[in-house]
Design a protein around this ligand. Structure first.
Ligand SMILES: Cc1cc2nc3c(=O)[nH]c(=O)nc-3n(C[C@H](O)[C@H](O)[C@H](O)COP(=O)(O)OP(=O)(O)OC[C@H]3O[C@@H](n4cnc5c(N)ncnc54)[C@H](O)[C@@H]3O)c2cc1C
Length: 529
């Protein structure tokens, strides 16, 4: 260990869902744990719910400039706060489908099989759903994998226009389901919100910080309760981990070099867990190159930063023929096109298309910021608020494939992110399916892109579903992490964010990384006895 360093038993870098969940799970061991976070607490202020501030001015987004392969500069959609990106997430908390663990054939190639299968993750998914207060109902979604426990919370009720949409979809032979959402909401069976419910079914939920702390984000669910109950856990904010240092053998992380208020400090611990988010974790490993690890820490395989996945995501706005006064719109999902036609009869194509869910409702300010109205030629006037009142908003996700050339790295001190999209035809077909459905359920079949949700510069800035940059596997020649998510080349270094994903499926990734953080934390707890 580095001499003179502040010593802990365990250091965790990053307080997003990965790091915070690991801290929550490890705290009862009584070991001295240091949780290091570069950001501070996200301020609770009126602007949390101000569309112009959140989306227009990117008030809570990291102010960084990265470069894409074509040399363009963009701002990554990252959020450096206690709780990480989950402070702004939509909290749709899905299990991967069982087939996702077995390798799936897509139009552009095969998404790789996982070395551990669904049965290994299942108990941790159940724990994760309980911890993150997931509301849902089993057996509505035909693609949902088996589960050993019911959802811990009853589904969040559809408002009338969305209930109508669900009925319309069912009439078309489809299987809409209640979205699994992690929220701190107390409502009775009639949907009446309890007076002390933190979540009030407010429309600024998806993509906004929750002013009322009504979202099950990593700060509210893990960091705050852990600090309150366990004095052995210390949170250090405003602390940027610059490098991980190793001992002379290169086999052990001996120090965590951190910038705190302009001062360089070194902390050390028996075990270090990294959870900076898949992009930032890979960058930390690359920054930590030394004599024993010349290409970056644990990068003998040259895989650190590669195989980046982010989903083919699209947010689209359609116009309902009847007004859509829904406030809390993110309650419905549709997986009838998730698989190829052999498993998804509604999909006539042999390859999977992906997943559809409702996204937060557009308001007038969003519609105006998007600059969409010129496209709406069929309206006599183009009032933003009218459009927003009739808008019905969907989120579409198609699986993308891990490609070694899709990667994050430094060149000349600048962060580069190279992405070549895959499965674009599947994404286009999913959109066509949605358009065809809209025609049948009282929605104008025009779909307009909503780019704001994910950032303004170039689509590559949509980093919300970052994954795959340090995948796990048995072979150190092709994987950075072993099956315990410990670096193959270091004895005391673990990664507990979505870096480890070999493939990403087509549902939101966070519940899977939370489940894995619980799994890895259990392994670490056993190791330290
Ligand atoms: C707008 C939006 C909506 C989303 N909606 C959903 C959704 O509905 N469902 C879903 O499943 N997922 C959603 N996501 C994705 C979800 O937020 C991420 O999957 C999740 O937050 C990743 O957790 P993490 O712990 O791996 O990383 P992060 O949440 O990125 O947390 C990493 C933490 O590490 C800190 N950090 C980074 N580098 C350093 C360093 N060098 N030193 C110290 N600290 C560091 C960061 O500040 C951050 O707090 C959404 C994301 C966004 C942005």
């Amino acid at each position: 260990m580095v001499e003179g360093a502040d010593r802990y038993d365990i250091i965790i870098v990053g307080s997003g869902p990965g790091g915070a969940t690991a801290a929550w799970r490890l705290a009862p061991t009584g070991k001295r744990i240091l949780l290091i976070e570069r950001g501070g607490y996200l301020p609770r202020e009126r602007e949390n719910w101000d569309t112009n501030e959140v989306f227009g001015r990117a008030r809570y987004q990291a102010d960084e400039n990265w470069k894409s392969a074509d040399g363009a500069t963009f701002k990554p959609g990252l959020h450096y706060w206690v709780g990480g990106n989950s402070k702004l997430y939509g909290a749709a908390l899905f299990r991967l489908r069982e087939t996702d663990f077995h390798g799936v054939r897509h139009v552009d190639g095969v998404s790789p099989e996982w070395p551990l299968k669904y049965d290994v993750f299942e108990p941790y998914y159940s724990q994760a759903e309980k911890l993150y207060r997931v509301h849902g109902v089993r057996d509505e979604d035909p693609t949902e994998p088996w589960a050993s426990a019911p959802y811990p919370k009853r589904p969040i009720r559809h408002e009338p226009r969305i209930a109508e949409l669900a009925d319309g979809l069912k009439r078309e032979g489809l299987h809409p389901f209640h979205l699994p959402i992690g929220a701190w909401i107390e409502e009775d069976e009639n949907g009446v919100i309890a007076p002390d419910s933190p979540c009030l079914r407010c429309d600024p939920f998806d993509g906004y910080p929750s002013l009322t702390n009504g979202k099950a984000d990593a700060q509210i669910v893990c960091v705050d309760p852990t600090l309150k109950a366990h004095p052995n856990v210390t949170l250090m904010t405003g602390a940027y981990v610059e490098r991980l240092l190793t001992d002379a053998s290169g086999r052990t992380v001996s120090g965590v070099e951190t910038m705190v208020a302009g001062e360089r400090r070194v902390f050390s611990a028996d075990i270090v867990l990294v959870a900076c988010g898949a992009l930032s974790s890979a960058l930390l490993f690359l920054r930590s190159a030394n004599d024993k690890h010349p290409r970056g820490l644990a990068n003998g395989s040259d895989q650190v930063g590669r195989n980046y996945m982010r989903h083919n995501n699209a947010t689209v706005l359609a116009i309902s023929r009847t007004p859509n006064p829904t406030q809390f719109q993110k309650t419905l999902g549709l997986n009838d096109f998730y698989h190829g036609k052999a498993l998804s009869p509604a999909n006539a194509w042999e390859f999977p298309l992906g997943h559809i869910q409702m996204v937060g409702k557009s308001d007038g300010a969003q519609v105006e910021l998007e600059g969409m109205p010129s496209l709406l030629h069929w309206l006599p006037q183009k009032p933003f608020d009218w459009i927003a009142r009739h808008s019905i908003d969907f989120w579409l996700t198609t699986e993308d494939l891990p490609r070694p050339e899709n990667r994050v790295y430094y060149r000349d001190g600048v962060t580069h992110l190279d992405v070549v999209d895959t499965n674009g035809e599947s994404a286009a077909r999913l959109r066509e399916q949605l358009r065809a459905i809209c025609d049948k359920v009282d929605i104008h079949p025009h779909l307009l892109d909503r780019r704001l949700y994910f950032g303004k510069d170039v689509p590559i800035g949509g980093t919300a579903h970052q994954a795959g940059t340090m995948r796990f596997g048995e072979d150190p020649l092709t994987a950075v992490l072993d099956l315990d998510c410990r670096a193959h080349e270091l004895d005391n270094l673990y990664v507990v964010d979505a870096s480890f994903f070999p493939s990403i499926g087509a549902v939101n990734p966070t519940l899977t990384l939370i489940a894995n953080a619980l799994r890895v934390a259990e392994i670490v707890a056993k190791r330290i006895g």
